[in-house]
Write a protein that binds this ligand. Structure first.
Ligand code: F6R
Length: 359
């Protein structure tokens, strides 16, 4: 049941310290990532990676894509429904990773089947043991988030992003051409603090106050760069999904290539960043502010944007990869509180189903 919470979504947002601890448990030791289901050497013949996913799972996959490209491994992140036309060459050296919480999304299953038909190695990253994706792929990796009831994916997103980040480090260890991240030690060490940091965000968030303040806006924009870009896309998807308000996410630098025409004093802009050096997000947020948009800085305190922003949703200081996930928790809360204030059907938004088994 929902216990002390009004909605499953609220419960699931608040369960992330626990679900993330489960996701991490036993998978990182002495700076090495290991998964019970994946023998060392599983990926030694991989020379390129394609992630296929839909919706929120696609946003989690973007995270891993950025990390693998940084490791020097050719990597694509492809919307599963576009696989037929968007995928480049696929052969036995291609690892196709299906990122699907339910393991039942038709578009994603279809993409994996197409890839397997070309000889690709396949891996399902999923929450559901025995799901179709888990059964059909060569290997399965579980995100261990526990069952998610709310239609809006929350705790499964954070567990996917963590599992996929660990997977990138595991891949970098197997694949001869890949170079493990220079800051790998820091990345893995700071992961241990993530559940505690999520708890801090949940305890101290001002998201409800902000949601109330910005009610009655015409549009809600979310921008970010790098990891912040995927978080911005996810923030906008969650917001539109449960509030039914118009929300859009962009790469920070894209704002001036069109969307800026929609920016007014009735379009608050959430600027997501994951470290202090993200100038693109700052410059573009300030551009929107000068057209009257209230701007909300979402990220660690040590960023120049915090001083000029109209509001700040703060996240603890940590590695940029985890800072993005903490920023996302803030945005989950913004969406949740906005939707509650608007009296939306939080756990079952109109027109949507938890798992989409049609193409
Ligand atoms: C959004 C949401 C959807 C799913 C998408 C993929 O909150 O839940 O965008 O992420 O339908 O679902 P899975 O991960 O089950 O393949």
């Amino acid at each position: 049941g929902k216990g002390e919470y009004d909605h499953y979504m609220e419960k699931e947002i608040h369960s992330q310290p626990t679900s993330l601890a489960n996701t991490i448990e036993g998978r990182v030791e002495d700076g090495t990532v290991s998964f019970d289901s994946l023998e060392p050497g599983t990926f030694e013949n991989v020379d390129a990676v394609q992630f296929v996913a839909c919706g929120t799972s696609y946003h989690a996959a973007m995270y891993a894509g950025q990390l693998l490209r940084a490791a020097g491994l050719p990597t694509d992140v492809i919307r599963a429904s576009e696989y037929e036309t968007a995928a480049g060459p696929v052969d036995e050296g291609t690892l196709v990773v299906a990122v699907t919480q339910s393991g039942e999304t038709a578009d994603t299953l279809d993409a994996v089947r197409t890839a397997a038909g070309h000889g690709a190695q396949t891996l399902a990253v999923t929450n559901v043991v025995g799901s179709t994706a888990a059964r059909e792929a060569d290997n399965a990796l579980y995100i261990r988030a526990g069952p998610e009831v709310g239609v809006a994916a929350t705790k499964t997103y954070s567990s996917q992003a963590v599992t996929l980040t660990l997977l990138t480090q595991r891949l970098a260890a197997d694949v001869p051409e890949a170079t493990p991240a220079e800051d790998r030690e820091d990345l893995l060490e700071t992961l241990q603090d993530l559940p505690q940091h999520v708890d801090t965000v949940l305890e101290t968030s001002r998201a409800r106050v902000l949601a109330r303040e910005f009610m009655n806006s015409t549009s809600y924009f979310f921008i970010g760069n790098g990891f912040g870009h995927s978080v911005a896309l996810e923030g906008a998807l969650k917001f539109k999904e449960i509030t039914y308000e118009h929300a859009e996410g962009f790469a920070s630098g894209e704002l001036k290539h069109g969307p800026l025409a929609l920016v007014t004093d009735k379009s608050p802009l959430f600027a997501v960043y994951t470290d202090g050096s993200d100038d693109k997000t700052k410059t573009n947020a300030i551009e929107a502010q000068s057209r009257g948009a209230p701007i909300v800085a979402v990220g660690p305190a040590d960023h120049p944007l915090v001083d000029v922003a109209d509001a700040h949703l703060s996240v603890p200081d940590t590695h940029p990869v985890w800072a993005g996930l903490l920023a996302n928790v803030q945005l989950q809360l913004v969406s949740y509180h906005a939707a509650t204030l608007l009296e939306r059907s939080i756990d079952k938004p109109r027109n949507l189903a938890k798992s989409v088994t049609v193409e």
